[in-house]
Design a protein around this ligand. Structure first.
Ligand SMILES: N[C@@H](CCC(=O)N[C@@H](CS)C(=O)NCC(=O)O)C(=O)O
Length: 225
């Protein structure tokens, strides 16, 4: 039994940290979480974070960074194993984990648009990625079928934030994409996903984008549906 002390360093809304928190909850591994201010990163954090980014996972005195490296470490050390046992399937899942980072980045870039023309152009790219994903998803309930895997833990924070934003943005993310919709619902229903975010996450997330996005006040003025 591994008894290392685990500390996750996070911003309150970081989806990459939430991936690690979901994996830790799925494995029932105790950990501490330290939140820092994204706009005022403390010196101790800048000293130990090679890219100035979260997540960091401190494993006793060793600092890990990059969510993919962190969750693969957790998966190797703490049961149950979430990555598929088959090497080809595992590589395929890793590729789609990378895709989940790309779609998160596309969503963030869309929200950071300076004007409506850039926002509209960014939504086109976002929808293209969603269509690709819809074509890849199987019968469910999870990416590989019946068993939850690391790839699901990577997508869950994206689906959670997208579900919270949809009533404001009304981009039609889930409309005509039944597989993504069912997969998203199955993930969000998991207690381990709900416990990976701060209390009142929906309000915290919307408030943060209202403040951070150039078009934030307008995009998140009020729920349309
Ligand atoms: N590839 C990294 C991405 C992590 C990332 O982009 N984290 C964001 C917060 S969600 C960050 O720390 N950005 C630096 C900043 O906001 O200054 C991972 O998977 O861990």
């Amino acid at each position: 039994m591994n008894t290392a002390r685990l500390e996750l360093v996070s911003f309150k809304t970081c989806p990459y940290v939430q991936r690690a928190a979901i994996v830790l909850h799925e494995k029932a591994v105790p950990f501490e979480i330290t939140y820092i201010d994204q706009t005022k990163k403390p010196d101790w954090f800048l000293k130990i974070s090679p890219l100035g980014k979260v997540p960091l996972l401190k494993v006793d005195d060793t600092v890990l960074f990059e969510s993919a490296a962190i969750v693969e470490y957790l998966d190797e050390v703490y049961p149950p194993q979430l990555h598929p046992a088959d090497a080809l399937r595992r590589a395929h899942n890793r590729a789609w984990i990378e895709f989940s980072s790309t779609i998160l980045t596309a969503q963030i870039q869309m929200l950071l648009s300076q004007d409506h023309a850039s926002f509209d152009a960014a939504t086109v790219r976002f929808h293209e990625l969603l269509d690709r994903l819809e074509a890849e998803v199987g019968e469910g309930p999870y990416f590989n079928g019946a068993k939850l895997a690391l790839v699901d833990c990577a997508f869950a924070p994206f689906f959670l934030r997208t579900t919270i934003m949809e009533p404001y943005l009304e981009l039609g993310v889930f409309t005509q994409r039944p597989r993504i919709q069912a997969w998203s619902k199955a993930l969000i229903a998991r207690d381990t996903v709900q416990r990976a975010v701060v209390p009142h996450y929906a309000e915290v997330l919307i408030d943060s984008w209202r403040a951070r996005a150039p078009l934030g006040r307008e995009l998140f003025a009020g729920r349309r549906s």
